[in-house]
Design a protein around this ligand. Structure first.
Ligand code: GAL
Length: 994
């Protein structure tokens, strides 16, 4: 985070935002160079308000999803459908270069890395894609997405130093080709392309470097990218905005994480964090492009030793969505993407050291793909509203929120967004942190003059940390709302009626007025109706009972917010939709002939459905392809109860599995042969970050091609007999650990803390015999490579391994050998990619893969629960057979470590492998993660699986895993596509393995 503050300070200094020349330019010209040039396609265009796709004005409301954090391609559709069901119309994706080019020049994007399949799936679901392949992404990914071999590039990363640029060429050419194929111009979903990410600050190098940005853009164009370029500045700094010359993008965007990432005090919103100048800044920086926020905080990352997702969720919850997202609408955002909509998992060492295995992010969709968080439902309310409010796109935001103009109450601030096709008044607490409810009245300018609202008496209420959008002169099909204090969820014009759904918070008073001359209406109990200003005014207090007001063929369904949460608006064609009340998730609705087929998910409490707006002529209902009988209620809506019988789940007791054991630290045994190991013999290094270079030869792991997972060093020396101690400086990133042995004698460990990326320790040596050879074995946990957020220092090159050593009292030189994963950049496992396995003995041998040669292992009834009696690394593996309902049920599973330091007997680390995929790194003395979700598809729910635990005991008494269990979450009846178990090749004797 310190790095971030430096760069933020720099941003202000290096603003370059002379955009005045752009005013009034036609939208078919780009102004990225010194001269305007023509657009390369005419499908995605824009003006100062919004994008157009095929000539149609659209709001892009998107969520960030990293396919690489969910390595089960058949589940991508599941997540995409959950995004679409919210009312979002796009996903934004980063792509992790480090996974695709483990060896320079060898690009692989197959199987779980198949972006071609991902983009095909997005198209099939009907979502646009904003492609963000980097090369630099940040993203809490190891190296910020940079492959480890970039540590050997001497030039500055993210600059136009030629060796860095050359290093990026192969990746961009290959990934660019895949993305280009799926552009909208070729019938695909990709509408925008983001070159670079947060190119926003630098220390010690030229910045901004126009030649560099231009190179990154030219690379993409050369690969066939023709859709517009969008930027993602780290704050509204105007970098590379149109009109800034060489390297400028087509559409300027910046991101925002106003509440920060400190989940320690989740109930405290920091003061002064609500941005109130973003609209004005945008008008200054990029007035001719739609206001674009390519990343907006939808959760938080959490570091080792952090507070866990529940805390982060409390900080960035539905209230944050209400106050902060609505504040962005008040600033006129029309290209808007939430980071993250689904976080996923840092499986296979893909994360950076600032995070643990789970990348749940407290996002709207949880890591196990459930949609139970309130923020998912709140987001749906907002996104569906914007979908039916095209007037928002051309309305003009007021410069800022004001008090005393639209409401006499000083405790409420209101931003106007005034348009010809509806106006929007965004109300929030003047003190946006306020957790006290406040009452207020409105004074809104309408087509019938200024009106004080509520007209029929009472007060409006803004609950704790709330914000509301009050509409004025708002079109609802053939009707117009003069105003509504209740918020709009959706409205639809059906063949025979128009249905409008509005909602309010619990017990709130609301009022809306319809511009109508109708003198007849039908109102449910609890609604007060009067005629005023030539219209109809309705006033009510929100309760959990739904009320309906009918005027002509307009039906206004008045709900409380919790009931609105239960509603869905699946499209049946590009122009028509249904409104569905109920269901845990409604994924889609298709009408074919006389049959309506709903695809959805149901749990115990959401199994009653009401379907509003079924077309005449449709008479048969299918739910997840099965015909079901429905009834019609008083409103003519279809009603149906979905049978839910909770399945009996047989969840195996992991303690009863047939565990096999093998020692995973043969390296400390007498006579261990390391002749096949790499000798650390480089007398120079290109690593410009870790300077001065302190050892006779480089001991930086990446200098030898080892970029991921555990590292082992063996230092050979012939004793002089005078040795006193060995000083070792090791570095593995936050929360790393290291252990040291002399021959088979344990010297000590660094058990790790979240605050320490490196550690210096001096270990006392026993008396050594002069002339006798000795070996030091050092095991170091590489927690991933640092990100490279600030340009210039090249922090991503921060080395892993041994930084320095000193054999005190001895002239004896040490010859070091080292290993990481077998083969280094010629990594052994092409299916699971270059990052999945590290340098542990069992990983080098491939014993973590399914069907290892257990005949060579020992039986051990206690398995990991019995553990180790001394420091070392043990590997436990077992076959796990599952027989779980799968095709029509979604059953989340996770592996749970019991967090019990006393029972463990000492600090330990564990790597969890599931069918060879590393799906968990547990650090008992740091935490916080104890529960590790593993998706179906990695687990075979109907057959054989292999699980493995490599347990590293760091302290003298050894350690055991006190509890390790498999846990099932709530089963949900699902309409998702069938999950295909991913290819997980089993163990085969590995050539040359040591
Ligand atoms: C942004 C960055 C993302 C991610 C995010 C924090 O600034 O663009 O890649 O790191 O911060 O989760």
């Amino acid at each position: 985070m310190a790095a971030r503050s430096i760069a933020v300070a720099l941003l202000t200094a290096s603003q370059n935002c002379d955009a005045s020349a752009l005013r009034g330019r036609p939208n078919t010209l780009l102004n990225t160079g010194s001269e305007p040039r023509a657009l390369l396609q005419d499908i995605v265009t824009w003006d100062e308000h919004s994008l157009f796709i095929n000539g149609e004005r659209v709001m892009i409301f998107s969520g960030e999803f990293h396919p690489y954090r969910l390595p089960v391609p058949s589940l991508w559709t599941d997540v995409l459908e959950k995004v679409k069901a919210l009312g979002l119309n796009a996903v934004s994706i980063y792509i992790d270069w480090a996974q695709l080019e483990g060896k320079p020049g060898e690009f692989r994007a197959e199987g779980v890395f198949d972006y071609d399949a991902f983009l095909t799936a997005a198209k099939a679901v009907g979502l646009y894609v904003i492609a963000r392949p980097g090369p630099y992404i940040n993203a809490e990914a190891s190296g910020g997405g940079f492959p480890g071999w970039l540590q050997r590039v001497k030039g500055h990363l993210r600059t136009n130093d030629s060796d860095y640029l050359a290093a990026t060429d192969n990746y961009v050419a290959n990934i660019g080709r895949i993305i280009a194929k799926h552009q909208i111009t070729n019938g695909g979903p990709v509408i925008l392309y983001q070159p670079e990410n947060e190119y926003s600050g630098a220390v010690g190098v030229e910045f901004p470097n126009a030649d560099y940005m231009q190179y990154v853009e030219d690379q993409a164009r050369t690969a066939g990218i023709v859709v517009p370029f969008v930027s993602n500045d780290a704050s509204p700094g105007g970098h590379n905005a149109p009109g800034t010359g060489k390297g400028a993008v087509d559409i300027y965007g910046h991101d925002g994480y106003p509440l920060g990432f400190d989940c320690a005090n989740p109930n405290t919103w920091p003061a002064g964090a609500l941005p109130t100048n973003w609209h004005a800044t945008h008008e200054n920086q990029s007035p001719s492009t739609p206001y674009t926020i390519p990343e907006f905080q939808a959760g938080s990352f959490d570091p080792w030793g952090g507070w866990g997702w529940n805390n982060c969720y409390e900080l960035i919850n539905h209230e944050q969505e209400r106050v902060f997202y609505k504040n962005n609408y008040a600033a006129g955002v029309t290209v808007f993407s939430l980071y993250m909509i689904f976080g996923g998992t840092n499986w296979g060492n893909l994360g950076h050291p600032g995070g643990y295995t789970s990348y749940d992010y407290a996002a709207p969709i949880t890591e196990d793909r459930s949609v139970t968080r309130e923020k998912y439902s709140e987001l749906k309310l907002e996104a569906q509203f914007l979908q039916v409010s095209p007037g928002y796109l051309t309305a003009t935001p007021g410069d800022k929120s004001v008090t005393g103009v639209y409401s006499p109450s000083s405790s409420v601030s209101i931003t106007p967004i005034v348009g010809a096709n509806g106006s929007f008044f965004v109300a929030r607490h003047t003190d946006y942190q306020s957790i006290e409810p406040t009452t207020y009245t409105l004074n809104l300018p309408t087509s019938r003059g200024n009106i004080t609202i509520p007209q029929l008496g009472g007060f409006l209420t803004l609950g704790r940390r709330d914000s509301k959008i009050h509409v004025v002169d708002y079109p609802v099909g053939d009707y117009t709302l003069l105003y509504s204090t209740a918020e709009i969820f959706t409205w639809k014009q059906f063949e025979d009626k128009t249905v409008l759904v509005v909602y309010g918070g619990p017990d709130e008073q609301h009022e809306l007025a319809i511009k109508t001359s109708a003198k007849n209406w039908k109102a449910d109990n609890g609604l007060t109706v009067a005629t005023k200003n030539g219209g109809l005014v309705v006033n009510w207090e929100t309760t959990s009972t739904r009320r309906i007001l009918q005027v002509g063929d307009l039906y206004i369904y008045i709900l409380d917010r919790n009931s609105a949460y239960n509603c869905w608006v699946p499209k049946t064609s590009s122009t028509s939709s249904l409104i569905v009340n109920g269901g845990y998730l409604i994924r889609s609705a298709t009408v074919s002939g006389t049959t309506l087929n709903l695809k959805g998910d149901f749990n115990q409490s959401t199994s009653t459905l009401e379907i509003i707006g079924v077309a005449k002529g449709v008479s048969v209902l299918k739910v997840n392809d099965a015909v079901l009988l429905y009834t019609k209620n008083a409103q003519g809506n279809w009603q149906i109860a979905i049978p839910y019988v909770k399945p009996v789940l047989s969840i195996p007791d992991l303690a009863k599995l047939d565990w096999k054991y093998i020692n995973s630290l043969p390296e400390i045994k007498p006579g261990y042969d390391d002749s096949k190991w790499v000798t650390a013999d480089h007398t120079t290094t290109n690593n410009t970050f870790v300077q001065p270079f302190l050892t006779p030869t480089s001991l930086f792991a990446s200098d030898y091609g080892f970029h991921t997972g555990a590292l082992l060093y063996r230092g050979h020396f012939t004793a002089a007999g005078t040795e006193k101690s060995i000083y070792l400086s090791t570095q593995g990133g936050s929360a790393f650990g290291s252990s040291v042995w002399l021959n088979d004698t344990f010297l000590g460990s660094w058990t790790g803390t979240d605050a320490s990326a490196a550690n210096n320790d001096t270990y006392t040596l026993p008396n050594l015999v002069a002339g006798k050879p000795y070996v030091l074995t050092v095991l170091i946990d590489n927690m991933g490579l640092d990100e490279n957020w600030v340009v210039g220092p090249d922090q991503m090159k921060n080395a892993r391994g041994i930084l320095n050593y000193n054999l005190a009292g001895s002239p004896a030189p040490i010859t070091w050998k080292l290993t990481g994963n077998l083969g280094g950049e010629d990594y052994a496992d092409k299916t699971r990619g270059p990052l999945n396995e590290g340098g542990l003995f069992i990983e080098r041998q491939g014993y973590h893969l399914p069907n290892p040669p257990v005949k060579q292992f020992s039986s051990c009834s206690g398995g990991p629960y019995a553990g180790l009696t001394k420091p070392g690394v043990a590997f436990y593996t077992a076959q796990l057979d599952l027989a779980l309902p799968s095709d029509t049920w979604d059953v989340p599973l996770s592996f749970v470590f019991e967090n019990n330091t006393a029972a463990a007997g000492g600090a330990y680390r564990a790597w969890l492998y599931v069918n060879g995929f590393q799906f968990g790194r547990y650090v008992s003395n740091v935490g916080p993660q104890t529960e590790f979700p593993v998706p179906e598809g990695i687990l075979n729910y109907k057959g054989e699986n292999w699980i493995g635990l490599a347990v590293w005991a760091l302290e003298s008494g050894g350690a055991k895993v006190p509890g390790f269990t498999l846990k099932a979450g709530n089963p949900v009846i699902t309409g998702r596509q069938k999950v295909e178990v991913v290819d997980a090749p089993g163990w085969k004797a590995r050539q040359g393995a040591y």
